[in-house]
Design a binder for this molecule. Structure first.
Ligand code: SF4
Length: 283
């Protein structure tokens, strides 16, 4: 048996970002359209945009300013669903370059909370675009890196706001919250894992014993996909867990299964999932 684990396919933030990118191409027919970074962390989506003549500029925290200064008034720049530092917009404004913001509304809400706080502990993955942007929203924001933790000597107040990247694992976040609570008893906690991410993680967490194979579909660059994979591996060591980007990668596994479940990250399209389902059905 093959089951699709719901929710599956693109989340509302990804759908909106793709819609914004395609509308931008329609609106500015005579200009060069660039996405600054990966619109969403999925190679198939990036390929689809390229086919619509919407180019992706690969960038990172270190080369962003130099790259932004190269755009001209013939270009339109789309900022990605993950958010971006405000200074990026200032540079484009100064150079008379049109830009469009495809930041997910959930991410924007999170940034607004950060802006209002006196001091912030931000739990996220160092270098992830959402984390990079979030840390620029408040001068007193400190990173709790999910891989290396927090330097507690940096915290000045006894009641900082604790907030997080929207695509973390709920199990990992609970553990980190407890650690911070033990050290800073008056800290104020916000849980900002978005529903699109959380519901998928909970569905993986609650898989029954009858499932022997779990196929997670999504890119290794996608934070929420990787969290689904990590949760599946940790909670279900007895099941066969496979992470693939598309049907061609799955074909290399030569799977044998009785009950397989297909789950996906939020940037994976339903077309990719259906191809995988059709392939499994044909085995
Ligand atoms: S995963 Fe959540 S925060 Fe990210 S784009 Fe989708 S809805 Fe928005």
């Amino acid at each position: 048996m093959i089951t699709l684990l719901k929710p599956i396919g693109h989340c509302f933030g990804v759908l909106k970002a793709i819609e914004i990118a395609k509308e931008t191409k329609e609106k500015y027919k005579d200009k060069n359209i660039y996405v600054f970074g990966l619109l969403v962390h999925n190679e198939e989506v990036v390929k689809d945009l390229e086919e619509h003549d919407i180019k992706t500029i690969e960038m990172n925290e270190d080369n962003a300013i130099d790259l932004l200064n190269k755009f001209t008034s013939d270009d339109v720049v789309i900022f990605t669903a993950h958010g971006h530092p405000r200074v990026y917009e200032d540079i484009l404004k100064k150079n008379d370059v049109t830009y469009v913001d495809a930041t997910c509304s959930k991410v924007k809400d999170c940034f607004n909370v950060i802006k209002e706080a006196k001091e912030v502990i931000y739990i996220g993955k160092a270098g992830h675009p959402e984390t990079v942007a979030a840390l620029t929203m408040n001068q007193n924001a400190h990173l709790y890196d999910i891989r290396s933790g927090l330097d507690y000597s940096l915290i000045k107040s006894d009641n900082p706001l604790v907030i997080n990247q929207t695509t973390l694992s709920f199990l990992e976040l609970a553990r980190i919250h407890q650690e911070i609570k033990d050290k800073l008893t008056n800290a104020v906690f916000y849980d900002e894992i978005c529903n699109a991410t959380l519901l998928r993680q909970k569905a993986i967490n609650e898989l029954g014993d009858d499932v022997d194979t779990v196929i997670i579909v999504g890119s290794k660059k996608s934070s929420n996909t990787m969290k689904l994979y990590e949760i599946a591996k940790n909670i279900h060591p007895d099941k066969h867990i496979v992470l693939v980007n598309n049907v061609n990668e799955l074909k290399e596994y030569g799977l044998v299964f009785k009950n397989a479940v297909i789950a996906s990250g939020t940037s994976t399209s339903i077309e990719t999932i259906n191809e995988i389902k059709d392939y499994l059905s044909s085995l």
